[in-house]
Design a protein around this ligand. Structure first.
Ligand code: NAP
Length: 263
C-alpha cells in the first residue's frame, strides 16, 4: 500500500531514542523528510549523518522542550529548513515518578516535561498544519487509563493528552487536520533494557512482565508503535480522527485471567 507520504515534512519530538527513533525511521522509510527535535545531541546528530549518507533528510534540531520559547523556535527552524509542515508527532515524555508526596512545584515540573510542550508544539505548528491540511499524532501511555501509583504528574499529563486528542480533533476538523493518539504499554527500548538490568534478576523480571502481555507474551517493538503512527499520519487514515489507539498486545484491556493462563 502506498501511504502517499513521500516528501511530506514530519516533525517528531524526542526522535533520537526509543519509540521516537522508531517513528523517525518508519517515516523516513516512506520517503518523508524529518525534523527530529531532541534535547541531547549525540544520537540526533548520528541519525542525521546516517540518513544524509543515503540522501535522506533527518534534520536534528536541538531543543529542551520543557521551555515553550524553545518549542516555538524548533517549529520555526523546521519551517525555515523545509518550508512546510505536514505532520506533528508529539512523542517526547518521561515517566518521572512525581507522586502525591512530591508537592505542587514538582508536579508542575512534571507537567512541563510531559504536557506543556505537547500543547505548545501544536499551537506553534498550527498555521503550517492549516496550510498543509496536516495531522497531529500524540504518544500517550496506558498510565492515562490504568494509573500506576507514584506518578501523578505523568498520569495527569497523559490523561490530558487523551482529552486534548478529542478536543483538538473537534477544534481542527474544519481545517481538515486530523488528531489521534497512539498508546503504548510495555515497549522494548534501550532505556527499558537498562532499567531491567538494574534488577537483581533482569531475565526473570522480563519474563514476569511479558507474562502479563496477552498477545504473544512479549514486549511491543518500537517499530510496531511507529508503523501505527505512520499509518495514522497518512491519507490512508483519511477519516480517522479523535481516536486513542492502544498498540499494546492487549495489555491494557484484556482480562488478567487471560495473561495468567487461567482463562
Ligand atoms: P526514551 O527512550 O527515554 O526516549 C525519549 C526521547 O525523548 C529521548 O531522546 C529524550 O531525549 C527525548 N526527550 C524527552 N524529554 C525531552 C525534552 N524535554 N526535550 C527534548 N527531548 C526530550 O523514551 P521512550 O520510552 O521511547 O518514550 C517515548 C514516549 O512513549 C514517551 O512519551 C513515553 O511516555 C511513551 N511511553 C513509553 C512506554 C515504553 O514502554 N517505553 C510506555 C508508555 C508510554 P534525551 O536523549 O535528551 O533524553
Amino acid at each position: 500500500m502506498d501511504l502517499l507520504l513521500k516528501d511530506k515534512v514530519v516533525l517528531v519530538t524526542g526522535g533520537s531514542k526509543g519509540i521516537g527513533q522508531g517513528i523517525v525511521r518508519s517515516f523516513l522509510a516512506e520517503g518523508t523528510r524529518v525534523a527530529n527535535v531532541n534535547r541531547s545531541p549525540e544520537e540526533g546528530r548520528a541519525l542525521e549523518a546516517e540518513f544524509a549518507a543515503s540522501g535522506q533528510e533527518c534534520v536534528f534540531i536541538q531543543a529542551d522542550l520543557s521551555d515553550v520559547t524553545t518549542c516555538q523556535r524548533a517549529v520555526e527552524q523546521t519551517i525555515a529548513k523545509f518550508g512546510r509542515l505536514d505532520v506533528l508527532v508529539n512523542n517526547a515524555g518521561v515517566n518521572d515518578g512525581v507522586g502525591l508526596t512530591a508537592g505542587p512545584d514538582a508536579f508542575l515540573g512534571s507537567l512541563q516535561r510531559n504536557l506543556l510542550h505537547v500543547y505548545a508544539m501544536a499551537h506553534y505548528s498550527l498555521p503550517e498544519l492549516k496550510k498543509s491540511r496536516g495531522s497531529i499524532i500524540n504518544i500517550g501511555s496506558k498510565v492515562s487509563v490504568t494509573g500506576q501509583g507514584g506518578t501523578s504528574g505523568y498520569a495527569a499529563a497523559k490523561g490530558a493528552i487523551n482529552g486534548l486528542t478529542r478536543e483538538w480533533a473537534l477544534d481542527l476538523a474544519e481545517h481538515h487536520i486530523r488528531v489521534n493518539t497512539v498508546i503504548p504499554a510495555e515497549v522494548w527500548t534501550p532505556l527499558y533494557e537498562n532499567w531491567l538490568n538494574t534488577m537483581p534478576d533482569p531475565a526473570g523480571k522480563r519474563r514476569e512482565i511479558e507474562a502479563m502481555i496477552p498477545f504473544e507474551q512479549r514486549f511491543t517493538t518500537c517499530a510496531e508503535i511507529a508503523d501505527a503512527v505512520v499509518f495514522l499520519a497518512s491519507e490512508r487514515s483519511s477519516h480517522t480522527t479523535g481516536q486513542i489507539i492502544f498498540v499494546d498486545g492487549g495489555y491494557t484491556h484484556f482480562d488478567r485471567k487471560y495473561s495468567l493462563g487461567s482463562k
